[in-house]
Ligand binder design. Structure first.
Ligand code: KG4
Ligand code: ZN
Length: 344
């Protein structure tokens, strides 16, 4: 007789994607639904928090209904409702958290709070059924650039983090200088394929006394200065070459620090996650490093790199089986360390 599967409904609204998914046993994706707000925020060159919250409030009910429908289940079949409760834009998080609390109360199903960066890491599990902690993760997104030791599904230690801009933020800000729409990371990736990654030398900034931390704001400034100098001299800005050099610099720094951390903390399993994990330059550079050192590399499929409901349902499953629960007093937190617990 087959054992009953544990079904988790995951709800994500931490930034500008309203998303939901149903996942069985943390590994089998039954459905995924999302409403993107990118076109609305593009007009402003970045996410406008008030508009983001309003869009989440409009989309959340239809998105959750779509996820349940596509999975061929009703709320009665779900074992727990997982929701991103930190970190992120507080107004955006609150929409998901309030909605999930309402669903939990109405259906009498457990509510499981999930940390956003934990769930980015979990986005890799469905594609790699054999992957289990411990391993080393690089999570690079619009808001975060972290090197994390994943000790178990629910135990984490941050080994390195950015001191200023995140890697995705650096892609987006330099993309803006080059005239690309928001969010510019994906346009930089495309332009970089046609450019010369050796045309310019941009700084690989280090953080004094902390070799695993990152600093990307110097790179942003270098690109702004390069573009202004070229414009002042009346020269054409070689957009593709600059994009290729920015990408090579970011991918190089992230990979170098990852290699250092793997060596120092003796890990031979490496995982990439977050929006920037979709970057082809970063994927190639990390893959080469891993091949050279004999490390196993685990990548998320490109459609699960950015924010999505699947990763919340997957991490929600591991939090659920570890006994993590929240009551109706659950609040959203704009900042929270990945190692912290919602139960404290
Ligand atoms: O994980 P995510 O969807 O949201 C946050 O949690 O921040 O990451 C979004 C970030 C944006 O900065 C976006 O430009 C970047 O990921 N991104 C990329 C690529 N695709 C998305 N950056 C570089 N290359 C890409 N292909
Ligand atoms: Zn994210």
């Amino acid at each position: 007789m087959s054992q009953k599967q544990t079904l988790i409904l995951g709800i994500e609204s931490s930034c500008d994607d309203t998303a939901a998914a149903v996942v069985a046993n943390g590994r089998t994706i039954l459905s995924s639904a999302a409403a993107s707000q990118i076109e609305i925020h593009q007009k402003y060159g970045g996410v406008v928090p008030e508009i983001a919250s309003r869009c989440h409030a409009e989309s959340i009910d239809p998105v959750v209904s779509e996820a349940l429908e596509k999975a061929g289940v009703t709320l009665a079949d779900i074992d727990a409702i997982a929701v991103t409760a930190a970190p992120g834009l507080v107004g955006s998080l609150l929409v998901g958290v309030s909605y999930a609390k309402g669903l939990s109360y109405a259906s009498d199903k457990p509510l499981v709070p999930v940390h956003h960066i934990r769930s980015h890491i979990a986005s890799v599990y469905p594609a790699h059924p054999d992957l289990e902690p411990p391993f080393l993760a690089l999570v690079a997104s619009g808001g975060h650039s972290h090197i994390i030791e994943v000790k178990s599904y629910t135990e984490f230690r941050v080994l390195g983090r950015t001191r200023d801009d995140a890697a995705g933020e650096c892609f987006d800000k330099t993309a803006r200088v080059l005239g690309f729409p928001y969010p510019g990371g994906v346009y930089m990736d495309k332009a970089a394929k046609r450019g010369d990654p050796t045309a310019f030398v941009f700084p690989k900034c280090r953080v004094e006394g902390s070799e695993l931390d990152f600093s990307f704001s110097g790179l942003k400034t270098a690109v702004i200065n390069t573009v202004h100098n070229l414009e002042q001299k009346g020269e054409t800005v070689p957009i593709n070459d600059i994009a290729a050099c920015v990408q090579a610099t970011i991918a190089g720094v992230l990979t170098d620090h990852l290699a250092l951390a793997a060596e120092a903390y003796r890990h031979n399993k490496i995982l990439l996650a977050g929006g920037v994990a979709a970057n082809s330059g970063l994927r190639d550079t990390v893959a080469k490093m891993c091949a050279q050192k004999g490390y196993d590399l685990y990548l998320p499929p490109k459609n699960l790199c950015g924010d999505n409901g699947v990763m919340v349902a997957v991490q929600g499953y591991y939090e659920y089986i570890a006994g993590v629960r929240a009551g109706l007093d659950l609040n959203a937190s704009p900042t929270m360390d990945i190692a912290a617990s919602f139960m404290e």
